[in-house]
Write a protein that binds this ligand. Structure first.
Ligand SMILES: NC(=O)c1ccc[n+]([C@@H]2O[C@H](COP(=O)([O-])OP(=O)(O)OC[C@H]3O[C@@H](n4cnc5c(N)ncnc54)[C@H](O)[C@@H]3O)[C@@H](O)[C@H]2O)c1
Ligand SMILES: O=c1ccn([C@@H]2O[C@H](COP(=O)(O)OP(=O)(O)O[C@H]3OC[C@@H](O)[C@H](O)[C@H]3O)[C@@H](O)[C@H]2O)c(=O)[nH]1
Length: 389
């Protein structure tokens, strides 16, 4: 019996489309490709310089979706095939970016080029060819909260008007130019403004996504195992690496910054709704996060330590964390977002989406994955120098 036709939020049947996904080999791209292959009839032209995270979707040729996904090893900085792929597709999703904070102040030029200049042709080709674009921006475009400028004990710091981040109302507050941490946020803000202007002046159909710390399996890399030993990934991978190696977790400037974390699988549901409901998503900027999962970085470290001990069966370290200064950890020019609570009004109204997974549950499944994937390799890497001496 044929499976029932899939319908959108307004009850209309969903037609299969072709998606040009740029940055498909990254963390978010790999989960989005998985979802599209397993649960939809859509085709994906997967563009990236790497494909390790989607290899399991590309091989063997007997996979049920083999004729619906094709990988193109393309650096969008300089490859004339890009326009052709955008023309072949109904929708382009641009995920490509340098997006790890350790790069923002140490490789500021690459960061600005990657997040602004390299995204320009993608926007231009979509606009000129009347193709829909879903562009990945960031919650970092909000920068610091208004409340962060009030004295520590000021009562208005507890007023949501001073910290909740709203797509259509909140200002974007960055530090001075020498704090190059904000070069990423600034480049992302300018490409958002350009896309918005293409919509206003030339009718580009666009959706902008502002992810609020999406985390889960396959995020970044474990230094010395599947990435450079001196590399500094985002916090989930940094802390996972410390836990796997039985080293104290490093709390930058005391771990006082606050974040809300959302499970990648919840967030991907929101992206699928955007893909399949263009009438509700076009012209919108969406916060995608989980306002209920807020912790300080210190609390995150404590929670991950407890969960990892349960998952691995190893007792927690006697000294589970140490404080490091941001200058020591990231170098000159680092700065930080103090607090990130997404307002959910727009995504609720347009797409009826809400995140489901608690921080405890998402860390439990993610750390189970990290342990299963890396514990043995770390053990061998640690044993190596001893064995060869
Ligand atoms: N993960 C999050 O919580 C988060 C938060 C805010 C914003 N974002 C945004 O979402 C997008 C995806 O993030 P992610 O977490 O999957 O990062 P990621 O680094 O895992 O993925 C980015 C992918 O883009 C590819 N890429 C970069 N430059 C390229 C180029 N010139 N040509 C071809 N491919 C290129 C990389 O190889 C990588 O596979 C980024 O734009 C990022 O700024 C993510
Ligand atoms: O080992 C570590 C790593 C990180 N941290 C802290 O943990 C917090 C989170 O750091 P992450 O590296 O995950 O990145 P951030 O949340 O600061 O920014 C991220 O969020 C939005 C996206 O656009 C980007 O993926 C990235 O810029 C920061 O306060 C950082 O200083 C530690 O205390 N210890």
């Amino acid at each position: 019996m044929a499976s029932p036709a899939r319908v959108d939020l307004d009850g209309n049947p969903i037609k299969p489309i072709t998606i040009c996904m740029i940055g498909a080999g990254g963390f978010i791209g790999s989960h989005l490709c998985e979802k599209l292959m397993a649960e939809t009839p859509h085709k994906v032209l997967a563009v990236d310089v790497y494909n390790d995270k989607i290899k399991h979707l590309l091989e063997p040729a007997s996979l049920p979706w083999a004729d619906r996904i094709q990988f193109y090893r393309i650096n969008i900085k300089h490859d004339s095939r890009l326009e052709g792929l955008i023309k072949m597709a109904d929708l382009t999703i641009n995920l490509a970016a340098i997006c790890t904070p350790a790069d923002y102040n140490t490789r500021p030029l690459d960061t600005i080029y990657s997040n602004f200049i390299d995204a320009l042709p993608v926007v231009k080709y979509c606009s000129e060819n009347n193709k829909r674009l879903i562009h990945f921006s960031t919650c970092e475009v909000y920068g610091k909260t208004i409340g962060s400028f009030l004295p520590k004990e000021h009562p208005l710091r507890n007023d949501p008007n001073f910290y909740v981040l709203k797509e259509d109302a909140s200002p974007c507050i960055f530090g001075p130019i020498e704090k190059q941490r904000w070069s990423y946020a600034c480049a992302k803000q300018l490409i958002e403004r350009l896309i918005y202007a293409e919509g206003a002046e030339n009718g580009l159909e666009f959706t902008i996504v502002r992810p609020f710390n999406w985390i889960g399996p396959r995020m970044d890399f474990i230094p010395g195992i599947d990435g450079p030993s001196e590399g500094v990934p985002r916090v989930l991978a940094c802390f996972s690496n410390n836990l796997l190696r039985c080293e104290p977790l490093k709390l930058v400037d005391g771990g006082q910054s606050q974040r809300t974390f959302v499970y990648i699988k919840d967030a991907i549901e929101a992206v699928l709704l955007m893909i399949e409901n263009p009438a509700r998503a076009n012209g919108q900027i969406f916060n995608v996060g989980n306002p209920n999962n807020e912790v300080t970085v210190r609390q995150l470290a404590e929670m991950m330590t407890e969960i990892y001990s349960k998952v691995s069966g190893e007792p927690p370290l006697e000294v589970p964390s140490i404080d490091v200064s941001s200058k020591e950890f990231y170098g000159e020019g680092y700065d930080d977002s103090d607090k990130r609570i997404p307002d959910m009004t727009i995504i609720n109204k347009q797409l009826g989406w809400n995140p489901k997974t608690s921080l405890w549950d998402l860390l439990d499944s993610t750390l189970t994955y990290q342990h299963r994937t890396y514990a043995e390799a770390i053990k061998q890497a640690i044993a190596k120098p001893v064995a060869s001496s």
